[in-house]
Write a protein that binds this ligand. Sequence first.
Ligand SMILES: [Zn+2]
Length: 231
Amino acid sequence: MALPPVLMYHRVASAPVGTIVPGHYVSPRTLERHLRLLNARKLIALSPAESRDVHRSGVLLTFDDGYADFASAAAPRLREAGFSAIVFVCTGLLGDHNAWDVALGDVREPLMDAKTISDLAKEGFWFGVHTSRHADLTAVPETRFEDEIFGPRRRLSELIGAEVDDFCYPYGRHSSPVRKAVADAGYRRGFATGRGILGDPYAIGRINVRRDTTALVLAYKLLRHRMRGSR
Ligand SMILES: [Zn+2]
């Protein structure tokens, strides 16, 4: 049996000139094609909890960083196709911009503000924490965990009026102390990148969806997931 696939998206827009992460931009049209493929395969949208159930047939869509284009470009297409998704936000940067990439020379991209997140949560989209300011948790002292892991859970819970069970590691970087802190803070799951750690709910692997991931490539990635996950 295989756990349902978890897809990782970032931005839904055309890549602007000058970006240092062009691969992160999936065009709105490509997202539409992905959703058509998932619907044709009868892969329904699972909640984060359901995605840990080997008896479920479906897919979990995740969007990292909380870009404003989630609300303007992704959400309308997800609604139209009958999908939901979870968005991982940096609680210290709501309504701000991608400061962590701009520091490396990237173009400035707006992030969703608190009101938008609260409205989308009321509508049924899920939200999880992506630290306060997109910290690489394996590169900061453990004294920062309160600000980057524990505090953001309380902040986001207040904002959406519900418990927050899901955490996502910036850059996919985690370690044993990081995973322990995420569990101690009360999160139930930790999302990583790549294949993660098999069987560990605090190192969930995800399929990377990029600019060049056409519907055909996505179909191949889903097939590969199913073959690898068989056990
Ligand atoms: Zn990120």
